[in-house]
Design a protein around this ligand. Sequence first.
Ligand SMILES: Nc1ncnc2c1ncn2[C@@H]1O[C@H](COP(=O)(O)OP(=O)(O)OP(=O)(O)O)[C@@H](O)[C@H]1O
Length: 350
Amino acid sequence: MACFLNCVRFDVSKRITDKPTSKGESLTVSGVTCYSWDDVEALTSNFSRLIGSGGYSSIYMARSSTTSGGSDKAALKVHVSSHRLYKIFRVELDILLRLHHPNIVKLLGYFDDSEENGALLLEYLPQGNLQEKLHSNSKQVLPWRNRIAIAFQLLQAIEHIHDKISPQIVHGDIKSSNILLDKNLNCKLCDFGSAKVGFSSMVQPSTMLPRSRQVTMVGSPGYTDPHYLRTGIASKKMDMYGFGVVVLELVSGKEAFSAERGEMLVHIAAPLINESLDSSVDIAGESVRQFLDPRLSRDSVDIDEVKTMLNVAALCISSPPSLRPSAALVAETLKQNIPSLSFLGCGKGV
Ligand SMILES: Nc1ncnc2c1ncn2[C@@H]1O[C@H](COP(=O)(O)OP(=O)(O)OP(=O)(O)O)[C@@H](O)[C@H]1O
């Protein structure tokens, strides 16, 4: 979910005392199980291991089932207990119940008290999120081939929600911390709490509301489409803007927004983006090399592949949104210009 919200951690034990739930029998429909709160406690061994936290939730290590045989790892996302945030939980639950795609995080079960408390049991992604992978000080550098595979798989997930299901879904918060990685570094898009379903996605961003009605959520710094902030129109092209920023992160290894320097990656990349959009010039190899993540060994990177990635990022970030390409078109462009994608098992589609 968009992250200008203050990071909220909450006291699980207090919440349980406040809202006791009766022991219920779990019900499984289409492989997704509805759990009681007692089950949730058992699945997480009483919330013993926190593995992540976001703007409105905490994520705990869990088991995939309460039965003794179900010992696969899972992740339990517990939403902050609040009537307002319960709606965000319902949006995410309703959407995940409909989504089945190899590059979208899989819902295994949920808890829902129908008032203000909810939790999602998700497949566990052991390599964490892309933001940590790219920007932590770890000596393990994400190889170039995995970066292009992740970009391509993210496109597959976006194309699925935009064009392959009905009603369509706009994710609304594409960013590197919402991209989880499995043990083979495959991409799994998560966090559908900001998503909009169908064509009813014309919403007013909070900055445009009268002060009395403002909430603190106005988008994730560095990723939010300026057109959305200006007009309040959320569309598929807003997701393509977020995708473009993620590609710039993959190429440069820089954060979308540096709080330290107060600097946005789209601004650092602006000269390259303009060069790329100028159809009369090919981006200069030297500027590309300067922008490229210095931790990547130059021998492992094909500079033409980097140019292709920068070209698609430029098209996705350029305004107006009507000129931005669809996820399907960008995927096709990557397939045509980066033949190694097929060796990574990425070119076949799903
Ligand atoms: N299924 C999972 N497996 C492993 N880690 C996970 C999983 N789901 C979430 N996480 C971790 O928890 C973090 C927060 O998750 P998520 O983005 O869903 O929460 P959120 O409250 O919606 O966050 P925000 O609104 O700030 O984006 C992720 O970036 C990731 O590090």
